[in-house]
Write a protein that binds this ligand. Structure first.
Ligand SMILES: *Cc1c(COP(=O)(O)O)cnc(C)c1O
Length: 401
């Protein structure tokens, strides 16, 4: 079945009224007939019918056993980390989302969880970090913001041979392009803030487990820790997901066109986009992402300074300067100064995040307009350089004469 059809028709109409839109159950509790006898709902932290629709929807999209909705993507990550105990270890992709790095480093390290960072773009690299305490391989593919691709299927095979589970943060690809559970992963999670909700109007997180055993554990943690998503935001996320396929397709088309334009602009040093044949793991991405490469493109400048990059991101008109990605409106950001500031400079440079790296989230605007916007912003720094050179020459001439 086509994904759009599947999405739209797996969302139930309201059995009580026939309402075609999912009702928002704005309630804290549910009246019981006698103690413990109720309609399947007892308290809104434990369960809510609006949330249930969203949770079932994401489980369907990721083809997993059950889904769980959390207040933010980081709350989803936090819930998955609570599956671990002191002494357990994680092997994580080296340019992991900055917020996950912060949570690992400044919170979970204090509870005895150790994380090894690894360049997972070569699957075999994980082997050197495996020991009897390793519980999770933690992947993002594509990564944020350098769009590195890891071979999920291959890594899952290696991990499972050592009895290690694989967690995939699937935020960047979205289940429309990539279904990690079908590639062998055990748990998949999302910042639904990004492509799933898709309108930059809320924050939300989702987790899907492959097996009922893991689902039970996450369900317990969701209720025990309570970081759930409220019913209004569940409703907005459901509504976002209804149009996700259309949006993501347009975003992928736009991003590929933007990446091809950037590749040929004289102010640009490198372009990071898995859809370019020049990308190191282009063929893996093509295979595991169904031939589509996502809406995020990163690039850096020949003039590799924060100042030059700042000039670019403050002179675009359609690419608004803001954190986040995946929304209908295009955004741009400077990871070294914004999303990844919490990652130490050394580690940042090591994983390819230069000071002039600019991350673009392509929205659903017209590709020609987006390219024209980038063209004028990038031409601006070339003009600035020419003016700078001219004034230097004039100064030299004045000194000489
Ligand atoms: C944004 C993001 C997160 C965190 O999600 P929030 O909803 O902002 O808490 C996690 N992983 C990735 C890859 C992200 O881009």
């Amino acid at each position: 079945m086509n994904k759009s059809t599947q999405i739209l028709h797996s969302i139930p109409t309201d059995p009580l009224t026939g309402s075609i839109s999912v009702p928002v159950y704005q309630t804290a509790t549910y009246v019981q007939q006698s103690p413990g006898v109720h309609k399947g709902y007892d308290y809104a932290r434990s369960n809510n019918p609006t949330r249930k629709v969203l949770e079932d929807l994401i489980a369907t999209l990721e083809e997993g056993d059950a889904g769980f909705a959390f207040a933010t993507g980081l709350a989803a990550i936090d819930a998955v980390l609570k599956l671990l105990s002191a002494g357990d270890e994680i092997i994580a992709v080296d340019d992991i989302y900055g917020g996950a790095y912060r949570l690992f480093t400044h919170v979970y390290s204090r509870f005895g969880i150790k994380v090894h960072y690894c360049d997972t773009t070569h699957a075999e690299n994980i082997l050197q970090y495996i020991n009897p305490n390793t519980r999770f391989i933690w992947l993002e593919s594509p990564t944020n913001p350098t769009l590195k691709i890891s071979d999920i299927k291959k890594i899952c095979a290696l991990a499972h041979a050592h009895n290690i589970q694989v967690v995939v943060d699937n935020t960047f690809a979205s289940p429309l392009l990539q279904q990690p559970l079908n590639l062998g992963a055990d748990i998949v999670l999302h910042s639904a803030t990004k492509y799933l909700a898709g309108h930059s109007d809320l924050v939300a997180g989702l987790v899907v487990c492959k097996t009922p055993v893991d689902s039970e554990k996450i369900r317990f943690i969701q209720n025990a820790s309570g970081g759930i998503l409220g019913p209004q935001d569940c409703w907005l996320t459901i509504r976002g997901i209804e149009t996700a396929q259309l949006r993501v397709e347009r975003q992928c088309e736009n991003a590929l066109k933007v990446a091809r334009f950037l590749e040929h602009h004289p102010a640009v040093r490198s372009v990071y986009y898995p859809g370019l044949v020049s990308h190191k793991n282009h063929s893996i991405a093509a295979l595991q992402q169904q031939g589509k490469f996502g809406g995020v493109v990163s690039f850096d400048l020949k003039k590799n300074t924060t100042e030059a990059a700042t000039r670019v991101v403050t002179s675009t008109q359609y690419f608004k300067l803001a954190e986040s990605l995946g929304g209908v409106k295009s955004l741009c950001c400077l990871p070294a100064e914004m999303t990844h500031k919490s990652v130490p400079a050394e580690k940042r440079h090591g994983s390819g995040i230069s000071d002039s790296l600019i991350r673009l989230s392509c929205g659903i605007e017209d590709a020609g307009d987006l390219i024209a916007d980038l063209q004028q912003a990038l031409d601006g720094i070339l003009h600035a350089e020419v003016l700078h050179l001219k004034s230097q020459q004039q100064q030299t001439q004045t000194v000489l004469s």
